[in-house]
Design a protein around this ligand. Sequence first.
Ligand code: AMP
Ligand code: MG
Length: 323
Amino acid sequence: MKTLHLRASSEEDVALAAALLQSGQLVAIPTETVYGLAARLGDENAIRTIFQVKGRPPDNPLIVHCARIDDISQVATRIPPIAWQLLERFAPGPLTLVLERKEVVPAIISAGLPTVAVRIPALDVTREVIARVGEPVVAPSANRSGRPSPTCVAHVLEDLDGMIAAVLDAGPCTIGIESTVLNLVGDIAIARPGAITAEDLASVLGFPPPLMDVSSHTPIAPGMKYRHYAPSIPVILIESLDALPSVMQNTSVVLSTQPLPETYNWRPLHRATVYDEFRRAERQQRQAIYVLLTPDVRKDVALMNRLQKAAAPSATSDVSHRV
Ligand code: AMP
Ligand code: MG
């Protein structure tokens, strides 16, 4: 299959992206967070193909993307008033809500869970594609399972070229890490931290929701337990440069928010570019990626979450699920 490279600036290409989705094809679509691999919500075959081409474990559910806030009632039921209040404040944007799933929604998207995760993406062109499809789309990140999420078209093609019908290019993602996932079924808690923080959410909820600890609880979605966001070379988190063996200085790269002396292969550390840096170091065949955990980085809950998952030891049973 030849993967078409479509442009978000071309009306014809946007229409073609929507038509491909309608006809059961997979199309990688831009969003403000990361590129998503979309399929039409009602097309179970296409959704099954998403799991196949990503090598995604079937117990890791997908996020439904809607064009309009009201459309969430097509997939969720018994939506609590707080959900509408949160959406009024944060949608369209990088907030995903976990709600009760409507029975008509294919269970495959939720890995059989009674819940559904849903959001309204911020980019106009993304919502336009969804509106043209005429129903919501499901879209996990458009990478091979376990790998760093794609934040530009080159990343999508690195992982999925020839396996999907098209990719719609809107340039690099501005946020660059995945959405905040907030569970509203049962106890309110953050299942995945993102650009919208607990403090932001407190402005609507009245309290900062706690972060779910996947290691000590049964995760609300089994897929949360897998190692994620990881390049094929080791990611090593360090507290100080003293922890970087001198023999590694030439062969590795060091990500930090502050520039480092020339003896290091320094690259800047930001949410928006962290996955690009992971993939760049991989292409350059560096031996390892060291990440300097300065206090500003430690304070960034969302960035720390991704770094810790990317650095998770690869010799655990979780990794058997990676492809
Ligand atoms: P990705 O699309 O790769 O960003 O992954 C989707 C994320 O949403 C994963 O972390 C899932 O665990 C989470 N997710 C999707 N559906 C649900 C759900 N029904 N309940 C809890 N988390 C979900
Ligand atoms: Mg993903």
